[in-house]
Write a protein that binds this ligand. Structure first.
Ligand code: ZN
Ligand code: ZN
Length: 187
């Protein structure tokens, strides 16, 4: 078990994922329009050359924000969509939360501190989701071991497991009523 350091670009916001191992979370790339809209809104260079966002999904209870909580901002692109988080200081995309009932936070690669061996800690990309959004199939070099179906199945299993283990709280992005600590704004 090892710790994964989290940090925005300018260093005002810092956090940690406590005790990561290669099997604990889901490491994936999402090609959905909403992730792309979020990155574009922040004018972030987080997307890969095909428009994918590199995401590490983990239960909220494993995450803490240790510094700069007052810099957190949240955003909802649609009424029903996930709550997306970024830092006010340097507009670093942090990731997303999906409401109190789903004990999972998707942390974007842009919020994982660079000065550590990230792949050794969270492992390689397991799979790609929303690839049907792409105009042409991903090149072989971007393929990942799990199919989209198997990855989603794994995600659901993880959510159920984290529910059973009560890993949905504490959640650094939500208060004790399960509401975002910062009211999401619209664009
Ligand atoms: Zn910052
Ligand atoms: Zn997405």
């Amino acid at each position: 078990m090892t710790e994964l350091a989290l940090e925005c670009r300018c260093g005002k916001v810092k956090g940690r994922v406590h005790s990561v191992n290669l099997k604990q979370g889901n490491h994936l790339v999402c090609y959905c329009q909403s992730c792309q809209n979020f990155a574009n809104y922040l004018q972030s260079d987080v997307l890969n050359e095909f428009g994918g966002s590199d995401i590490f999904q983990i239960a909220p209870a494993f995450i803490s924000i240790d510094l700069g909580v007052d810099q957190l901002k949240s955003l909802k692109l649609t009424d029903k969509g996930v709550c997306r988080w970024y830092t006010d200081c340097c507009k670093t995309p942090i990731g997303n939360t999906a409401g109190a009932k789903i004990p999972m936070v998707g942390i974007l690669r842009s919020f994982i501190a660079k000065d550590q061996d990230i792949n050794a800690k969270i492992g390689p990309i397991m799979g790609n989701v929303y690839v049907k959004n792409l105009d042409s199939p991903l090149p072989q070099s971007m393929s990942a071991p799990l199919s989209e179906k198997r990855l989603i199945f794994r995600m659901i299993r993880k959510i159920l497991l984290w529910k059973i283990l009560a890993k949905g709280t504490p959640n650094p992005f939500m208060n004790s009523q399960g509401k975002p600590i910062v009211k999401p704004h619209k664009i």
